[in-house]
Ligand binder design. Structure first.
Ligand SMILES: [Zn+2]
Length: 305
């Protein structure tokens, strides 16, 4: 009998490519609004046929490097990915094989994330509160989640809405600044920290067409690459960076930022990461441990249901 494996390896690889390499692979649960709102999304951004990877061990081993190494993965929000990486060694190993990444810095994604976090956080807090152990990790997590709940409180944001255009008149933080700070802290900064810690990329695609503050009045494209609390690319800078939707002067600032972000051993510690956020970072690790458990519980529920 003739088997699939009688085909030459190069033909098999073409078949794998056809099934698994698509215009973009979206890292769920968040997909950028840029794609969500695209009228031809389903047609252009067809899903890869992941089931192929489960067909046999041999196909898995031959096809997985193609799936991970040749696709462009589009990441918006990293929390679930960070939790999955801690939960599962295979996820960590797979992430290291990704070579092409797209980051879209789009204020619409922040609004979407804030809405969904605003509704999710109270549920997660109830989940955490129910746990028997009274560890310090639990206390830290409850404190952090409480802080996040307040930051993403929808009712509060709606009340503040008509003050949004106010600019700084004294030293008090305006709602506009609060939102911009949230965006940096919870979305773009966190994403960049994770990306710099995790990946060794050949290609990085950056989309800055909607890179503004959440209100839309300030352009942030020239600052975005400086955010995060790990400043350097631990596994090396991307070989090639393509930037879309930015002016020439923004591109120049981005190029200079990236130049400063290559890791070498002579760096001082505060050039590697933001020390004022070191405390935050330990908190984040504990928060990640916690998310891992939430992730595990959610998975159990999905499997059981
Ligand atoms: Zn603004």
């Amino acid at each position: 009998m003739v088997s699939f494996f009688d085909l030459p390896r190069s033909i098999r690889e073409e078949i794998y490519r056809h099934a698994l390499v698509k215009a973009r692979v979206f890292v769920r649960p968040f997909i950028s609004m840029e794609y969500m709102l695209h009228p031809d999304r389903a047609k252009i951004y067809d899903n890869p046929n992941i089931a192929l990877l489960c067909a046999s061990h041999r196909i898995y081993h031959e096809a997985k490097p193609i799936y991970l190494g040749e696709n462009i993965f589009s990441i918006v929000q990293v929390d679930m990915l960070a939790a999955a990486r801690m939960e599962n060694r295979r996820v960590a190993k797979n992430l290291r094989q990704i070579r092409r990444l797209e980051l879209i810095f789009d204020n619409r994604d922040y609004k979407y994330m804030a809405e969904s976090l605003g509704t999710e956080i109270p549920t997660v807090m109830t989940e955490v509160e129910d746990w028997a152990d009274e560890s310090s990790a639990k206390k830290v997590a409850m404190r952090d989640l409480g802080e996040m709940r307040d930051h993403f409180d929808i009712r509060q944001r709606k009340q503040l809405n008509h003050h949004l255009h106010q600019h700084k008149n004294d030293n008090k933080e305006t709602p506009h600044d609060r939102l911009t700070e949230n965006l940096k802290k919870y979305l773009w900064g966190r994403t960049l920290t994770f990306v710099r810690q995790t990946f060794r990329l050949t290609h990085l695609f950056i989309d800055l067409r909607h890179c503004t503050c959440p209100v839309g009045c300030c352009r942030l494209a020239d600052q975005v690459l400086d955010w995060g609390w790990v400043y350097v690319w631990i596994h090396g800078l991307p070989d090639e960076v393509q930037v879309r939707g930015s002016s020439r002067s923004e591109k120049e600032v981005i190029a200079r930022s990236l130049d400063r972000q290559s890791f070498h051993f002579k760096l001082k510690i505060d050039e590697v990461y933001d020390q004022s956020r070191a405390q935050d970072y330990r908190g984040l690790m504990q928060y990640n441990v916690l998310l891992r458990s939430v992730y595990r519980k959610l998975n159990e529920n999905i499997t059981a249901g």
